[in-house]
Design a protein around this ligand. Structure first.
Ligand code: 13P
Length: 255
């Protein structure tokens, strides 16, 4: 990477850890990252661990986000959490469009666009996830799949709203499988995403857009990924659940 875009390393804890465990992971991160390099760092705990994580990370530069939100600000939506609630709990960002939610919760492009709008209304940054399945890659439709996910979720935003959006490219076949995309495979899709942004808005928006790679990122493979010109950071699942390995990823370039 390089280009003036500040790298972002984000940890998606998924459905792992009870509130006290979230608090202790956050405290371990706090001490492991006392002297962090010049990258933005975010963690996305389960809803019930947001409070304890925010508390444990107070006074640090590590920010906390939610893994999902409902498009509406409040009301009769049993079991849901709004962007406004996340914001009030101390969140700065929210994930939208993760493939696990697209698959298991059957989230549609239309719903994701509404969630993006809800997040921006609440004043949250959006980490918008996209990525192809292994069948789609084999059928050589990766670029079309990713561009159509991006158009559905983000295509109606204004350029100024895009300043609050980060895109995360997460090939489904690389998530939790140990089968990381090669730096070249990832770079190819990241370049497509950046040129999509240039065509949809303008070259300035495209240059400013941060695009993260996600899928089996580990301390041992992060440097090669981060060396690519259009890769601005990582969205990390499994390896973000251990303070040492997350620290190893955050400090990918050494100190
Ligand atoms: P893994 O790093 O466990 O492959 O998960 C990636 C991911 O889905 C992050 O959102």
């Amino acid at each position: 990477m390089m280009s003036g875009r500040r790298p972002l390393i984000a940890g998606n804890w998924k459905m792992n850890g009870k509130p006290l465990e979230g608090a202790s992971l956050a405290r371990e991160l706090r001490s492991a990252l006392q002297d962090p390099p010049a990258v933005d760092i975010m963690v996305f705990p389960p809803f019930l661990s947001i409070n304890t994580a925010v508390e444990a990370l107070k006074g640090t530069d590590i920010t906390v986000g939610g893994q999902d939100l409902h498009p509406e600000a409040g009301g009769a939506f049993t079991g849901n959490v709004s962007g406004e609630m996340l914001k009030a709990a101390g969140c700065k960002a929210v994930l939208v469009g993760h493939s696990e939610r697209r698959t298991y919760e059957k989230e549609s492009g239309e719903l994701l666009a509404a969630k993006v709008a809800g997040a921006l209304r609440a004043g949250l940054q959006v980490i918008f996830c996209c990525g192809e399945t292994s069948d789609e890659r084999d059928a050589a439709v990766t670029q079309q799949v990713v561009v159509s996910q991006l158009n559905d979720g983000l295509g109606d935003l204004r350029a100024t709203e895009m300043e609050q959006v980060v895109v995360a490219y997460e090939p489904v076949w690389a998530i939790g499988t140990g089968r990381v995309a090669s730096p070249e495979q990832a770079q190819e899709v990241h370049a497509t995403i950046r040129s999509w942004a240039a065509k949809t808005w303008d070259s300035g928006s495209a240059r400013a857009l941060r695009i993260l790679y996600g899928g089996s990122v580990k301390p041992t493979n992060v440097a090669g990924i981060m060396a690519q010109p259009d890769i601005d950071g990582a969205l990390v699942g499994g390896a973000s659940l251990n303070a040492d390995s997350f620290q190893g990823i955050v400090c990918y370039g050494g100190r």
